[in-house]
Design a protein around this ligand. Structure first.
Ligand code: ZN
Length: 375
């Protein structure tokens, strides 16, 4: 497809595809699928779409699969909290086919935190988009559960309900279909504003390897200890954590997001301070961090703190301690660069394309780079 539109900052790739239809005057959803994906069975997915490799053929050469996924889908709000092998598997599925595997693997399908299934928008942002770009588009930050308001204009997001003839599984609905911009928007809920800001920051984070369950477990244990919320060195005083969470988040708000079960033995809040055996959602992490950290915390600081912890309980671990290289942020950067290169070109070509990078990793991070999954 020639003249495929360039995605706007924070635009869902779903929205760019819908705009491509408008720009090319394609009214049939099936024909749009044929032109963009050469496949009439692709489902129009808002949050975590697949078949994205096809889009690379329409976009300018500076786009990579990782760039589309991290800048134009909701992947970053889940990736950091899923184990590294899941993150890489999902990146691969988003490039090719998924058949629902991504939502299962990231725990989105089974999560208490329900996905947003409608189209949402901030009317003030739409007006600004129109002034700046001459058209509307769907922003990523409007489609995240908990982030139910616009942090810039401090209003509750409005909902667009497609009429029956628009609701098909294969239909990419363009944002310029919204017409009732005159309706007044309601003021934002203070707690939604916190989530919107945190989620916005999370979406802008540079791609990074995911912390292990062991690192997340140690991280939360360390927070509790730092605040004196532990009884003995190993036992956490859950009542103190509960009190802190309730001070920041009101129960009604937590109820709306199905996260109000805080006291039972099986509650998510207790589980996040125990040994992690599964991933927790971005919303659960935000609720705890916001309640227990000073207001100026950032995801960047937290990620860098976590990456410095041992990645698994034994010292025979091959991840960070296996290497002699001490600067973990550079190491993570190099690893990420290698992973995105191999996703795009495969292992053999990547070694030729960036021999210097491979040599660097071989020198500084041999155990990692020669692992079968990385090589
Ligand atoms: Zn807005």
């Amino acid at each position: 497809m020639l003249n495929f539109p360039t995605p706007y900052p924070n635009e869902l790739i779903y929205s760019t595809i819908a705009r491509a239809g408008i720009h090319h005057g394609i009214t049939s959803p099936k024909q749009l699928l044929e032109e963009v994906f050469a496949n009439r069975k692709v489902i129009a997915t808002i949050d975590l779409p697949s078949h994205l490799i096809c889009l690379l053929t329409h976009l300018s050469p500076n786009y990579t699969l990782e760039k589309i996924v991290y800048e134009h889908t909701l992947f970053p709000i889940h990736a950091l909290f899923s184990p590294e092998n899941t993150r890489l598997k999902c990146l691969h599925w988003m490039g090719s086919q998924s058949k629902g595997s991504i939502h299962l693997a990231l725990g989105v399908a089974a999560s208490k935190v329900k996905q947003i299934t409608t189209h949402r928008y901030c009317r003030h942002c739409l007006e600004e988009q129109y002034h700046q770009y001459g058209e509307f588009f769907w922003s990523r930050i409007w489609h995240i559960q908990g982030a139910n308001c616009c942090s810039k204009h401090k209003v509750k997001l409005s909902e667009f309900l497609p009429t029956a003839h628009l609701g098909g599984r294969h239909q990419f609905i363009p944002a310029n279909i919204i017409q009732d911009l005159d309706q007044l928007s309601k003021p934002a809920h203070e707690l939604d504003l916190i989530v919107s800001r945190r989620v916005d920051e999370l979406l802008k984070l540079t791609p990074t390897t995911s912390p292990t369950f062991h690192q997340w477990s140690q991280f939360y244990h360390r927070i509790a200890k730092r605040l004196g919320f532990n009884k003995a060195s190993k036992h956490i005083d859950h009542s103190k954590i509960h009190a802190a969470v309730i001070r920041t988040w009101d129960l009604k708000w937590l109820q709306q997001h199905h996260l109000d079960e805080l006291k039972s033995e099986t509650s998510w809040l207790k589980a996040i301070f125990r040994k992690h055996r599964k991933s927790f959602s971005y919303l659960e992490h935000i609720i705890v961090l916001e309640a227990l950290y000073p207001e100026d915390w950032t995801w960047k600081d937290i990620v860098s703190e976590i990456h410095q912890m041992p990645s698994n309980p034994s010292n025979t671990d091959t991840q960070i301690q296996g290497t002699e290289y001490k600067d973990i942020s550079i190491l993570t950067e190099k690893r990420n660069e290698w992973v995105s290169l191999t996703l795009k070109y495969g292992i053999k070509s990547s070694r030729l394309k960036n021999a210097a990078l491979y040599a660097w990793l071989y020198r500084n991070d041999k155990t990692w780079v020669i692992l079968p999954k990385n090589n």
